[in-house]
Design a protein around this ligand. Structure first.
Ligand SMILES: [Zn+2]
Length: 372
């Protein structure tokens, strides 16, 4: 699953009990893929990272520097799920019938303009100056370690797969299932073989699944490709993909610069000092993509996901000219209602005196052109 501690041990003989428990924990309701109970990467999440100790790597696992290493326990997870605060999402959102948006793929912007289209959750299609980028691409129906349970889409991907233009770069923020989807990455490999940029420790795992055009980066490391300069930057988060993989690979955000225009993709993150630090070290972005959903209950989620008010603060810390929200309205991962992040963003924006044009949640499939 995405951001809950992943149950790991056991054998197939214990499956019925575990299956029931997983369905309950993941909030899934349907059983699919009965012949195969788990995706092929379950419990084989790769060897992780071996490298020198740093301010965010202790020689074995990564951590968020300056913050307590308070991993959530099974007891916390049960306390949350028993608390009864979960809003009910519709099976399909009201605009689902209009998705995917029909017609041609979202076109590149004029001259220096960046076009951004929210495909769903953390997947943006970005195009500018001949470059096409996807962030955390997921076209699959569920984000889950198993094929038969787990969050199911409340909206289909807003860009139909046949409309997807050739992709130059994929920015992969971390290995949680709602951000790293092997099925989609393998489809992309056959589609246009993009270069994948990601955090330390993910390359071996991806190579083990036939994805060999991968560059892994530490925080503040850069890589030049397709006319873009891409820098991996810190985020406050964690990683896990089953087995002993907890925090064995690095998570982060990206700053991508093409011909002087800078776009920041925040990945998955709690609020922290890293936004101001990123601005100090890399400069203020023209466009910031900031996560605004999966934040309730705060006592559980605060250390991994911002709420909209914190995202507005992050927008200020980064000094972004303009921001767009994401990480909402696609899979129910947490307690808040499907539209709550968009409403809370409007409130936080008003409280901060910002106009809607400066920071809003894009419509799914909406083509937004910035800086024409
Ligand atoms: Zn995550």
């Amino acid at each position: 699953m995405s951001d809950s501690p992943t149950p790991v041990s056991g054998s197939k003989t214990r499956l019925p009990t575990r299956r029931r428990a997983l369905r309950w924990l993941f909030g899934g309701s349907a059983m699919v893929g009965a012949g195969s109970w788990a995706k092929d990467d379950w419990l084989t999440a790769g060897p992780g990272w071996r490298g020198p100790v740093s301010d965010h790597f202790d020689g074995r696992v990564f951590f968020n520097p300056g913050l307590p290493r308070g991993d959530k326990s099974w007891i916390d997870l049960w306390r949350w799920r028993l608390s009864g605060g979960r809003e009910r999402w519709p099976e399909q959102a009201a605009d689902s019938g209009r998705l995917p948006v029909a017609g041609t793929p979202p076109a590149p912007g004029r001259d220096g303009a960046v076009t951004a289209t929210l495909v769903g959750h953390a997947t943006f299609l970005l195009r500018w100056r001949g470059l096409t980028v996807l962030t955390d691409p997921v076209w699959s129906d569920r984000c889950s370690p198993v094929t038969w349970a787990g969050p199911k889409r409340a909206r289909p991907p807003a860009v139909a797969w046949p409309d997807l233009p050739p992709v130059d770069l994929v920015l992969l923020s971390h290995n949680h299932y709602d951000h790293l989807d092997l099925a989609t990455l393998q489809r992309l490999e056959a589609h246009s073989r993009p270069l994948i940029l990601t955090g330390l420790g993910n390359r071996a795992f991806l190579a083990g699944h036939g994805l060999n055009r991968v560059v892994e980066l530490d925080w503040w490391q850069s890589h030049a490709a397709s006319g873009a300069q891409v820098t991996f930057a810190p985020a406050v988060h964690w990683s896990n993909r089953g087995g002993n993989s907890r925090n064995a690979t690095l998570w982060g955000a990206f700053l991508i610069e093409v011909a002087g225009t800078r776009v920041y993709f925040g990945g998955d993150t709690g609020y922290g000092p890293h936004f101001a630090e990123t601005r100090r070290r890399l400069g203020a972005p023209d466009l910031a993509l900031l996560p605004i959903g999966a934040y309730e209950p705060r006592w559980f989620m605060k250390t991994m996901h911002m709420n909209p008010a914190e995202a507005v603060q992050a927008h200020h810390d980064l000094g972004a000219r303009r921001s767009l929200g994401f990480h909402f309205g696609t899979w129910q991962l947490t307690d808040e209602g499907i539209d709550a992040p968009v409403l809370a963003l409007a409130e936080a924006r008003a409280a901060a005196g910002l106009t809607e044009d400066v920071f809003r949640a894009p419509g799914f499939g909406e083509r937004i052109e910035a800086f024409a």
